[in-house]
Write a protein that binds this ligand. Structure first.
Ligand SMILES: Cc1cc2nc3c(=O)[nH]c(=O)nc-3n(C[C@H](O)[C@H](O)[C@H](O)COP(=O)(O)OP(=O)(O)OC[C@H]3O[C@@H](n4cnc5c(N)ncnc54)[C@H](O)[C@@H]3O)c2cc1C
Length: 530
């Protein structure tokens, strides 16, 4: 059978692209290499009986804020969002917790009681975000250049302090908090949120990340799908198949087929060929798409040259725990947070990320952690906790900045020792944590990549988020859009602008580009759109 389009990969971007094309009446087939759909949005019930663990991603502020996902109205397809009592918490040894509550007044009160004046400064920041934040997020999530969102944002700029606000956006995360706040809580919350990407905290771009994630936390929260991350993928798939779309799992695409320079189908492992009439959308890692699935001869020189400079983001080690009780935090937070950041101070956080950037396995890794049953009680039996933490490690290890016991080969022993190091970080803050563990699962870089080929070396972001590989430089200088230089082939994965995170924007951008070029081809049959 010939489809209008094939989408290679069923991650959130692939499924958003597939829905978008099906909404326009296209016949679409999604081909997924793994036995299950969802890419890095999946959950597993086999870590411990009665527990659900998210295999990769867990919290979806970008999904809640992104028009690409919101417009699909997934709630009508069974998706239900759940929120923790507090969005985010950061235990400060000996000084309680820095907390982001869903209610900004509560957050402000907590900050003010720690440092007088910070409460009002927080509300002022929220007020500025209310006026301009939506346009910033829209601008980041639409194809480059984001003309409409930029114009709307510019119109509101004077109301939020003009160039002063632009300067805030450009201020590195390590400094951002101290320019507005006197206490530690807002500073470390923002710094930790910048640590969700691999932009060094002392580099421009990290402040924008810090501000955006923090203000999204304050405005839309860090929601999770009831029942597990996989429920988000299932809702996307249900919507798509209800429109007549088809999905095949265990169908690895090994070739993008071309005819006279135009993508005309895909080839599968095993030899089957699937022809397409209109487009191939690749929810595929850029190094795989341009380095394996296409012939060098099919690619424009600028793509080949640009890909030589393409850099993945760091690797990841993720640990999942099934706990027989709640995390025994030595100091109980006033409100239980879903997401927890672990670093003793902003200095230690900066140091840990800096070590990774320098090729060192961090001595005191910065942990991103999730208390999933606290956030969604369906994840494990009452009174227990489904918990995870992950942290980043170098793609190429130069040395271990800790006790020297980890080599960076990420075999079983390396992963086990490093998981112990991560666990000790929690044990110090929650004595007795280890005695609550029923089961521990460790996913090192190799295990992550084996479950999803896009996670090269355990990279979670589809390529570094640093400025030199963002916007018009993503994935290669001069692209910044879904077009690949091969007519009929669109890059719809996190390797494309705007990059990592579950927002579906890369997929929607790819689908829109395919629709636009198809219309142009029909109107101007002689022309070869990019
Ligand atoms: C451990 C971890 C934690 C994360 N936490 C969060 C979080 O909390 N919140 C958040 O917003 N983001 C988070 N992220 C990032 C987010 O999950 C990704 O940015 C997002 O899933 C990217 O979506 P995608 O569709 O581009 O690719 P993916 O989700 O990676 O999906 C790609 C899919 O394509 C398939 N595929 C690839 N090549 C082929 C081929 N040749 N043939 C067939 N199929 C193929 C893969 O098997 C996979 O299913 C996390 C990521 C990881 C790994």
């Amino acid at each position: 059978m010939t489809y209008d389009a094939v989408v290679v990969g069923s991650g959130p971007n692939g499924l958003v692209a597939a829905n978008h094309l099906a909404d326009h009446g296209w016949s679409v087939l999604v081909l997924e290499a793994q036995p299950e759909i969802g890419g890095a949005v999946r959950s597993a019930a086999d870590v411990h009986p009665g527990f659900v663990h998210d295999t990769f991603s867990a919290f979806y502020p970008l999904g809640a804020a992104s028009a690409a996902i919101r417009e699909l109205r997934l709630e009508e397809h069974g998706l239900r969002w759940r929120h923790a009592p507090a969005v985010l918490g950061h235990p400060l040894p000996g000084q309680g917790w820095a907390l982001l509550h869903r209610n900004r007044e509560v957050t402000a009160d907590l900050m003010d009681s720690a440092h007088a004046g910070d409460g009002q400064a927080w509300l002022d920041l929220c007020d500025e975000w209310d006026r301009i934040g939506g346009h910033l997020v829209d601008g980041l999530l639409t194809p480059f250049p984001p003309v409409r969102a930029a114009l709307a944002g510019l119109a509101r700029l004077p109301g939020v302090g003009g160039l002063g606000f632009v300067r805030t956006l450009l201020t590195p995360a390590a400094e951002l908090g101290s320019t507005r706040f006197g206490g530690d809580a807002p500073r470390i919350l923002m710094a930790g949120n910048a640590g969700h990407s691999d932009i060094p905290l002392d580099a421009p771009g990290s402040g924008l990340m810090a501000l955006m994630m923090t203000m999204l936390g304050q405005t839309v929260g860090f929601p999770v799908p009831e029942g597990g991350a996989g429920e988000l993928s299932s809702a996307l798939a249900r919507r798509f198949t209800a429109l007549g779309g088809e999905i095949r799992c265990e169908a690895e695409v090994t070739r993008v087929l071309t005819s006279r320079g135009r993508a005309c189908g895909v080839g599968l492992a095993g030899g089957e060929r699937v022809p397409v009439r209109r487009a191939v959308v690749a929810d595929v890692a850029a190094p795989h798409l341009f380095g394996r699935l296409l012939d060098r001869a099919d690619l424009p020189d600028r793509v080949v040259r640009g890909m030589r400079g393409f850099r993945m983001d760091p690797g990841t080690v993720k640990v999942d725990w099934a706990l027989d009780g709640p995390v025994p935090w030595a100091e109980q937070p006033a409100y239980a947070p879903g997401t927890v950041h672990v670093a003793d101070s902003t200095t230690q956080l900066t140091e840990s990320l800096g070590q990774v950037a320098a090729g060192a396995i961090p001595a005191a890794p910065f942990l991103l952690a999730g208390q999933m049953t606290t956030t969604d009680p369906t994840r494990s039996p009452a009174g227990t906790e489904s918990m995870w933490a992950y942290t980043h490690v170098p793609q190429e290890t130069a040395y271990d900045a800790g006790d020297g016991s980890i080599r960076g080969t990420w075999d079983h022993d390396d992963c086990d020792r490093f998981a112990d190091r991560m666990q000790e970080r929690i044990e110090r803050l929650a004595p007795g944590f280890g005695s609550r563990i029923l089961t521990r699962r460790i996913l090192g870089p190799r295990e992550l990549e084996a479950r999803n080929a896009n996670l090269i070396g355990g990279a979670v972001g589809g390529g570094t988020a640093q400025l030199h590989q963002q916007l018009v430089f993503r994935p290669v200088p001069g692209l910044g859009r879904a077009e690949t230089g091969v007519p009929g082939l669109y890059l719809g994965s996190a390797a494309a602008h705007p990059g990592g995170g579950v927002h579906g924007a890369c997929g929607r951008n790819a689908a829109r580009a395919a629709l636009l070029h198809d219309r142009a081809r029909r109107l101007l049959p002689g022309r070869r759109p990019a």
